[in-house]
Design a protein around this ligand. Sequence first.
Ligand code: MD3
Ligand code: FE
Length: 210
Amino acid sequence: MEPDLFGTRRDEPLGPGAMILRGFAPDPAMVEEVAHIAGISPFRQMQTPGGRTIGVEMTNCGALGWVSDRRGYRYEPLDPLTGRPWPEMPQRFRQLAQEAAARAGFPDFRPDACLVNRYVPGVKMGLHQDRDEADLDAPIVSVSLGLPATFQFGGPRRGDPVAKHALTHGDLVVWGGPARLNWHGILTLKPGEHPLTGAARINLTFRRAR
Ligand code: MD3
Ligand code: FE
C-alpha cells in the first residue's frame, strides 16, 4: 500500500467484530483489475432459486466463485457462463484483504473467493445474511469502488434495528466474529458519475468459502 499522502485513511469501529477502514484502497489499479477480471468472466445477472433475476450484476475471481441459479446458492470452481475456472485472484487483492483483516483483529485471513458486485443507479441489494461459506470463523472483507452507496447494518436477527453508513470509493469494511452473520444490505444506488467507474458502484467481497 502506498503512503497516505492526503491523510484520508481512518479506522471507524462499527461494533464488535466490524470495522470500516475509510480510504484504505483508492488506487485506480483496483478498478483496472476489475476490468481485467470482467474481460475473462463477464458481469452477468444471476437467477434466484425462486426464479427472479438479481438486479446486481456479478462475477468472481479466485479458486471459488459464488453463484445463484434455480438450483440454489453455492460456491463453484468453474464459471457456469464460460465453463472455465474463474480468473485468478490478483496478488494485490489478496494482500489488501489480508492486511485489512489483520488490522481489524483477524490475522492469517486467506480468502479463496472474491465476489465482484456491480450496481448501476436504481439497483439495490436487500437485507440478507452471508451464510454459504463453510468456515464462518473467517471474516469477510469488502471493498467499495466508484459511486457512493448507503450500507444497512443490522444484527444477527432479521428484525434487529438497522444502522446506515455511507460507503465511498476506497472504503473497506471487515466483518467477523460476533458480526459475521449480521443482516446487511445496500439501499438503491443514486444516479451519479465517478471518474474511475462511470455510472456504477463496484463492491468486492473477499471470503473464505471452504
Ligand atoms: C456484514 N455486498 O456481496 S458489502 C454481498 O456492497 C454483500 O455489495 C454488499 O452484502 C455490497 O453479500 C455489502 C458489506 C458486507 C459483506 C458481507 C457481510 C457486510 C457484511 C457479512 C456479514 C456482515
Ligand atoms: Fe452480503
